[in-house]
Structure formats: C-alpha cells, structure tokens
Design a protein around this ligand. Structure first.
Ligand code: GLN
Length: 491
C-alpha cells in the first residue's frame, strides 16, 4: 500500500469509500508523521485521542453507508479557531490556557461532514505577520529548503502552521484565515493551494478576531480539487455572523475541469513591480500562456489605486485590531498579571501578554482612531479602500472574469532574515494580496513553478464576488500545466 499520508484528499476519500483502508489507519499514519516532524513546530497541540475517536466514528458511519462528504479525513486546525474543550490561544500568551466551551461554526461544519481533528496549528500571534515568527510558540519551519542549503526557511504567515503541515504531509488539509494574505502567501511559500473566499462566504463566528471587516477563513490543501472539497464544507450562511451572506453554497468540486474557453483574464499592469525577481515575471507570463492555451482571452487591465492598498491596509487593519483586542484585559480570559489597581492589572497583563508586533499594531490602531487623527488617517484609508474596490468593479464591468497576478513578490526566506530592523520590509510581502481583502473579493494561490534555488512560487487568481467556482476552474488549468510539488524530506 502507498504511504497513506501522500494521498490527496480526493484520493483518500476514494480509498475510504472502497474500503482499501480505514479512517483509523489514515489518521494513525498522519499522527505518526506529526510525531516525526515536531522539528517543524507546525502543531502547537496534538489531539491524538480525539483524532482516533473521531476516526472510529467515521469508520462506523462509512460502514453503515451514512458517510458525510469529508468522512474520515484528518485535518489540522489553525489555533485561531475556537475548538470546544481543546485549548485555543491564537498563539498569544495573553490567552494562556484558554479552553473554549464552544466550537467555531467552520470547524463544527467540518465535523458535521465527518472530518477528523489531528490538532491545532501554529500561526502568527493573533494572525499578525507574514512569516509565522510572531507566535508565542516560536517559529514554524518550511518543509522546503533551498537546494544545497540547510537553512530553515519560513513557511509564510500568518497561517504558517497550516501551510507547513499540509506541505509536509502531516494533515490532508487545514483551516486557515486571511486578513491581508495569510492563506495565499503561506500557500505560495509551500507549494500548497490556498483560497480566501469572498468576504461573507464563511462564518467568522468562533474565530479569534483580528480585523473584522477583512478577516475571512478558507482552506489550505494539497490540490485545487481538495481546496474545493474543503471550502464546500466550510462555507455557508450563519445567523451568528451578521456579515455572513445567505447565498447557497455551490458544489465547488463540479467546477474542476470545466472549460475556461472564452473567459477574459485581466493582467494588471500595476502589479509589475520594479526589482521583482525575473523568475516571478517569467512565471506570471507562463501562467498567462497556460490559460490562453486553455482558451481564455488575456487582456491588460489597470487597477490604478493598487499602490495605496498596503498603506491603507496598515491603517484599517491595526485600527480594527486595537478595538478587537481591547477585550484581552486579564479579567475575562487567559493570562492575568496582578497589579495594585485594576488599571495596573490591565496594563501589566497587556504589556506581558502581547508580543512586540501585536503591541505595535494596538498602538498604531489606537493612534489612527484617536480624536484629531481619525480624519487624517482612518477616514482617508477608508476612502482609499472604496477606490480600490471600485478599480476592481470597473475591471469586472468590462467583462473580465478573473485577474492573474503573482501571489508573492519573492519565494520563502530564512527565519530571522526579514523585518528585524524595519517592520515594513515584512509588510511588503502582502503587496499582491491585501488589495483582495480591501475589496472583499475571492483569491486563490496555486503552486506554479520553482525559482532558481528550487523554492516554490505561486500565482494568484482574483475573482468576482461569490465566483469562487471560476477560480477553481482556472486554478485547475494552472495546476494541470505546472504539476504538483512535494518537498524532499529532511526532518
Ligand atoms: N501579513 C499581514 C499582516 O500581518 C496579513 C495577515 C493576515 O492575513 N492575517 O497583517
């Protein structure tokens, strides 16, 4: 029998249905892979007992012919999702050993459909970061290395644990969240597929909030088809999240293999950056050529406000974060550092509980929202956001079905290599992804090739609101042309 951990989710589903193996066997194979890969630090909590009991339950259902669409499939869960009875920390010291008494809507839908939980995955503290280096549990290793080098690289962030675990074959898929790029950038750094759906497609209920008007959850998976299968279970209307949208969830998998003939694909000229590695330019043209060969029509488009997206994001996101994180006061959850007065208790708790990057965001956010600066920063950033959204709307109004861009401006870098002296250096990682969150659109990152050092690179497709299906069809064309990539095992 082939190693069960190397199957795609779709292949595992077939093997389970055909009774070639059981969910318990599949789950055990992944649990032992996790044990051997602890050096990657992808999991911050392993839940083997729960995994085995969920797997047995799935096996019983499969035997009875009563299996859900994800029956018996072992998944990893980003530690930003509340899991009932299982510690949930957002990888922040301030949450301490917080154990939720409730389950997030998304994870409860995955369990409803039969999936198995292997454990909780590492991420940047409160999902703030692009390298998974701000986690209170320490950095995550990327299973990919530069050819001939032993340097451990970052898996991207903030969903670094999700991307690393999927790429290293520790779980068949993972939940992730994306506020400015945190699904798509780590997917690109690890040769996995990541989709951030349209804002409102998935419920945010039970996910630790970072910037509520930008946060959206989605899957990281091994193939485009797998990501379609996972999104179908994750998506849907939820009365507990007033921003979730009541639109029927399509069978996303049906869009895999659908013809893309006649689709109009926009190539935005503003995404051609000075100093961008030639390999990324080349990959972008290659991607365009693959879509053209499949019958799509390529058109140059302009998104003139692109250059303002990153600065505006770094006002809107910290502003919302400073407000969302006000609840961590040492009274209601997790860590409490005593003080002589209640104010001192708040101050001590927040000073010791939050890491440096989170404190920076809270301070920036509080500043841009304060009287006297609100109009100059926050209000202006909101206006810029409207213009960014309008750029995309104008483009779609001209008949463009999707937009093709690079996913990231570089391949993965070494741990500690970026952002030490200047945080903006780290923020620049999201240059191609934040626009999509600002406009609330769906975006998918698909592995598309490698750079000269053998590191994976991804392309991004941006779609019209609630047209994730178009992204799956186009993503499949890219995956078919580029092939799939697996890292050589060193751990
Ligand atoms: N890297 C971006 C940030 O630090 C985006 C993070 C995310 O999408 N959660 O804000």
């Amino acid at each position: 029998m082939t190693d069960l951990t190397s199957l795609t989710l779709a292949e595992a589903r077939k093997g389970l249905a055909d009774k070639t193996f059981t969910s318990l066997e599949l789950t055990d194979a992944h649990l032992s892979a996790i044990e051997k890969a602890r050096v990657l630090n992808a999991f911050v909590m392993e839940t083997p007992d729960q995994a085995r009991s969920m797997a047995r339950e799935a096996d019983a259902k499969i035997a009875k012919g009563d299996a859900g669409p994800l029956a018996g499939i072992p998944l990893g869960i980003k530690d930003l999702f509340a899991t009932k009875g299982v510690r949930t920390t957002a990888c922040s010291k301030i949450l301490g050993n917080f154990v939720p008494t409730y389950e997030s809507t998304i994870t409860s839908q995955l369990w409803r459909d039969g999936a198995v939980m292997l454990g909780k995955l590492n991420n940047d503290e409160f999902a703030m970061g692009s390298a998974n280096e701000t986690s209170c549990f320490g950095p995550v290793g990327n299973p990919w290395r530069r050819e001939g080098s032993n340097t451990t690289l970052v898996p991207g962030g903030s969903s670094g644990g999700s991307a690393s675990a999927v790429a290293a074959l520790l779980c068949m898929g993972a939940t992730a969240t994306d506020t400015g790029g945190s699904i798509r950038q780590p997917a690109a750094f690890t040769a996995t597929v990541g989709i951030k759906p349209t804002y409102g497609r998935c419920s945010r209920w039970g996910i630790v909030a970072f910037a509520s008007s930008l946060d959206q959850a989605g899957p990281i998976a091994r193939s485009v088809r797998d990501s379609a299968m996972l999104l179908r279970s994750m998506a849907g209307h939820d009365p507990k999240d007033t921003t979730s949208v009541d639109i029927a969830v399509p069978d996303y998998e049906a869009s895999i293999g659908k013809s893309v003939k006649g689709m109009k694909i926009g190539i935005p000229k503003e995404y051609r950056l000075d100093g961008m590695p030639a390999e990324i330019e080349k990959l972008w043209s290659e991607g365009a050529a693959w879509l053209k060969a499949a019958g799509a029509e390529l058109v140059e488009v302009s998104l003139p406000h692109t250059k303002y997206a990153l600065p505006a994001y770094y006002i809107v996101a910290p502003a919302e974060a400073s407000s969302n994180l006000a609840r961590y006061d040492g009274v209601r959850y997790g860590l409490r550092e005593q003080g002589k007065t209640i104010i001192e208790q708040y101050e001590n708790t927040r000073a010791r509980g939050f890491g440096a990057e989170v404190r920076r965001r809270v301070m920036i956010g509080t500043y841009v929202l304060s009287a006297g600066y609100y109009d100059a920063y926050y209000l202006r950033a909101q206006k810029v956001r409207t213009l960014i959204k309008k750029d995309f709307e104008d483009c779609f109004a001209k008949g463009v079905n999707a937009i093709l861009t690079p996913a990231t401006p570089s391949a993965a870098f070494g741990i500690g290599e970026k952002g030490g002296a200047d945080p903006v250096e780290m923020y620049l990682n999201d240059i191609f992804t934040v626009t999509v969150n600002m406009a609330g659109l769906p975006g998918i990152a698909v592995p598309s090739g490698k750079d000269a050092q053998g590191l994976p690179l991804g392309l991004q497709l941006i779609g019209r609101p609630f047209e994730e299906e178009t992204l799956f069809s186009l993503g499949e064309v890219i995956e078919q042309a580029a092939g799939r990539f697996t890292p050589a095992r060193w751990w």
